[in-house]
Design a protein around this ligand. Structure first.
Ligand code: SF4
Length: 386
């Protein structure tokens, strides 16, 4: 049987490929617009207008919306205390998608935030991403925390904790659990009956405890807090805001970040899909190979791309270069005008990534010796007051 592509001219093939890519771009645009409207998010336009030096991700639109950022903006402008909570699941080393999120957290720290980073090895275990609690604990201490330290967080104002080694977080979860009804938790998360019962306690109480921890007396009491999240994590923020109100805390704000495309172009960058993520502790030859073979928004036919430009909005090489390595949106402009073709663009991406990985990896040894400076040990005693 003949393959239908065999009957197509190269122009027809390129045009079809491009129209599929354009449809993908439209789908992504619609997804963010509809979701933002559905949950009532605000654009960052006003914040960008008034902040003297917004983050590069805000300017590029990677950080694209917020929920109640006003309380944080006020604290930021007036030098009042405020916090950021940005946790992650330590089932694998940090990848370049995490780097984008923590670059944003670093910017928030430069604006005055106290940073809290929970490493949720309990979640890795409960949802089956790690076989044992010990396995994800090891990844947390040996890979994730050193990488975060090497990124440049300030030890005086950064508190990291691995959930299973900071049992106080479970006491806080207990303290908050009577402010949450099962009805509300089911409504927000939509649990499946075949899920592990640990998932119910984790999502409806432990995760909320992590978000509200900076507002406990031990850290100076109620204060504006912001959580950088992907739109899929909105339910946690919603529940944390409900509980904060009942507890007399400031409802936490949300800063919404887009998903970073995996290098395989098959969706969000993920450690579990081969060819999707570039890890910060990666062998540079493997990183080169991933970029060389990555999906793009370009055409296999150079003359077609020169004439029509590429579709950078859906291209992981574009997000890699513009989010991490270029000051202006020059990559997007050169791609859309057809001035740069994918081969040269990937070559530059490889140079930038390899140089970043070499620099990052050269800092890991010292970072490993500093882990103790960043680990949160503060006992939470206020919950035991009678
Ligand atoms: S030129 Fe670069 S940004 Fe444009 S589609 Fe190709 S790889 Fe992507």
């Amino acid at each position: 049987m003949k393959n239908e592509l065999e009957d197509m001219s190269r122009e027809e093939f390129a045009a079809r490929d491009f129209s599929e890519k354009s449809a993908l771009r439209e789908r992504e645009r619609k997804y963010y617009a509809e979701k933002s409207e559905e949950i009532g998010l605000k654009s960052l336009e006003r914040f960008l207008q008034y902040h003297p030096n917004p983050s590069r991700f805000m300017k590029l639109g990677f950080t694209y919306a917020h929920r109640d950022l006003e309380s944080v903006a006020d604290a930021m402008a007036n030098g009042k205390p405020w916090a950021v909570v940005s946790g992650l699941n330590p089932s694998a080393p940090l990848h370049i998608g995490h780097k984008a999120v923590y670059d944003e957290v670093l910017w928030l720290q430069e604006q005055g935030a106290e940073v809290f980073i929970p490493l949720t090895n309990d979640e890795s275990f409960v949802v089956g991403k790690s076989k044992t609690l010990g396995e994800s604990r090891k990844v947390a201490y040996e890979e994730v925390i050193p990488s975060l330290i090497a990124m440049g967080f300030d030890a005086e104002r950064t508190h990291m904790f691995v959930d299973s080694d900071y049992p106080d977080i479970y006491n806080v979860a207990m303290d908050l659990s009577n402010k949450i009804s099962l009805n509300r938790a089911f409504g927000v998360f939509g649990f499946q009956m075949n899920e592990n019962p640990g998932a119910l306690f984790y999502r409806s109480a432990v995760q909320i405890a992590q978000i509200l921890l900076p507002q406990y007396e031990e850290f100076g009491g109620p204060k504006p807090t912001v959580v950088p999240v992907g739109i899929d994590q909105y339910p946690y923020l919603l529940l944390a805001r409900d509980v904060a109100e009942k507890k007399g805390f400031v409802p936490p704000a949300g800063l919404f970040l887009k998903f970073l495309w995996g290098m395989d172009g098959k969706g969000k960058m993920s450690a579990s899909r081969e060819g999707s993520a570039i890890f910060l502790t990666e062998n540079t030859n493997r990183a080169k190979k991933i970029i060389k073979t990555s999906y793009t928004g370009g055409s296999p036919f150079a003359d077609f791309q020169r004439e029509n430009g590429g579709i950078h909005d859906i291209c992981p090489v574009y997000t890699l270069r513009s989010y991490h390595f270029e000051e202006d949106n020059i990559v997007g402009e050169e791609c859309a005008s057809g001035q740069t073709l994918c081969g040269d663009c990937k070559k530059q991406a490889i140079e930038d990534v390899v140089s970043y990985l070499e620099d990052h990896q050269s800092k890991l040894e010292e970072a490993r010796s500093r882990v103790g400076e960043f680990i949160l040990k503060t006992p939470i005693r206020s919950i035991f007051e009678e």
